[in-house]
Write a protein that binds this ligand. Structure first.
Ligand SMILES: NC(=O)c1ccc[n+]([C@@H]2O[C@H](COP(=O)([O-])OP(=O)(O)OC[C@H]3O[C@@H](n4cnc5c(N)ncnc54)[C@H](OP(=O)(O)O)[C@@H]3O)[C@@H](O)[C@H]2O)c1
Length: 276
């Protein structure tokens, strides 16, 4: 979906959480290019302001930017100050990479809790805040960035992998629930992607592990939104790997799980999909 159709379905404003660089900045550029106003948030003001100026200079859309920490206790108020007066039809929760790759016990518990706040608490807060209004309007889009690391527990990234599994499974459940209200939800487990955060990790890369281009990840995720779900894996090589890791089609599994849950309790009805 492109142009007016995209803007009508997911506009008039998009909020990109973790927008200043890498995949998030590419989401912002591409969403603005579709004619949707963009609200950008990240912690560092400098890169945000540069991106705001760039998008304002290259498109006709309105751009807002705010320095906000998604792990702050004030996040709900902070985000309201940024977009509380406009209609957010699109939420991309992008922030959330692992930065401190060590054994679970080799770092203070605060490091793990920081990831829980960023990848679980922040996501739940923003999706609840904006998903409800989207459902009432009967349209909207939500992309939750996850990781191929969500496929299994892993030493040295135990909390990161667990929080990324949280994001993916949350996206799956909401795809089912909100899809019945016309809201497209997509969980996007990215594979290795060339971003400033990834470059800072000082990884031992070889030819088997060629990182994807950040713009390619954003472009593929946007193309997939509203057409496939609940999960879309960007990149042919990553998708091939994912088929081995998640052999049962996720849409079938999520539908079956939702029906099983509904059958166990009074008053629950699996929504009939409007948009898939
Ligand atoms: N890069 C990869 O190889 C890779 C692989 C698999 C999955 N992913 C997923 O892709 C997403 C993006 O990853 P990334 O590599 O671009 O790195 P990232 O560290 O998630 O940074 C992305 C953006 O989020 C912002 N951000 C980070 N922490 C924040 C916070 N506490 N509050 C507000 N904004 C925050 C960053 O700006 P500030 O630092 O200024 O806040 C930046 O604009 C993540 O969800 C990650 O799990 C990435």
């Amino acid at each position: 979906m492109t142009g007016a159709g995209f803007a009508d379905r997911y506009g008039p404003w998009a909020l990109i959480a973790g927008a200043s660089e890498g995949i998030g900045a590419q989401f912002a550029r591409r969403i603005a290019a579709q004619g949707i106003n963009v609200a950008l948030l990240a912690r560092r003001a400098g890169p945000l302001e540069e991106l705001r100026a760039e998008i304002e200079g290259s498109s006709d859309v309105s751009v807002r930017a705010a320095s906000i920490d998604l792990t702050a206790p004030t996040i709900a108020d902070d985000v309201d100050a940024l977009v509380g007066d406009v209609e957010v039809g699109f939420l991309v929760y992008n922030a959330g990479a692992a930065h401190d790759i060590r054994g679970f016990l080799d770092r203070p518990v605060e490091n793990a809790l920081h990831l829980v706040d960023l990848n679980c608490r922040g996501v739940v807060l923003l999706v609840h805040r904006f998903g409800g209004a989207m459902a009432k309007r009967g349209k909207g889009g939500i992309i939750l960035m996850s990781s191929m690391a969500a496929a299994a527990g892993s030493a040295f990234i135990a909390t990161y992998a667990a929080t990324k599994a949280f994001d993916l499974v949350l996206a799956e459940g909401l795809w089912m629930e909100l899809g019945g209200h016309g809201v497209d939800v997509l969980g996007v487990p990215a594979g290795l992607t060339d971003t400033p955060a990834m470059q800072q990790l000082d990884m031992k890369l070889d030819t088997r592990l060629a990182p994807m281009d950040a713009d390619d990840v954003a472009a593929q995720a946007l193309d997939a939104l509203g057409t496939v779900g609940p999960v879309f894996v960007p990149g042919d090589a990553n998708r091939e790997m994912a088929q081995g890791l998640w052999p049962i089609p996720r849409a079938n599994l999520v539908t079956a799980m939702s029906q099983a849950t509904a059958s166990l309790y009074e008053g629950l009805e699996v929504p009939s999909p409007l948009s898939r």
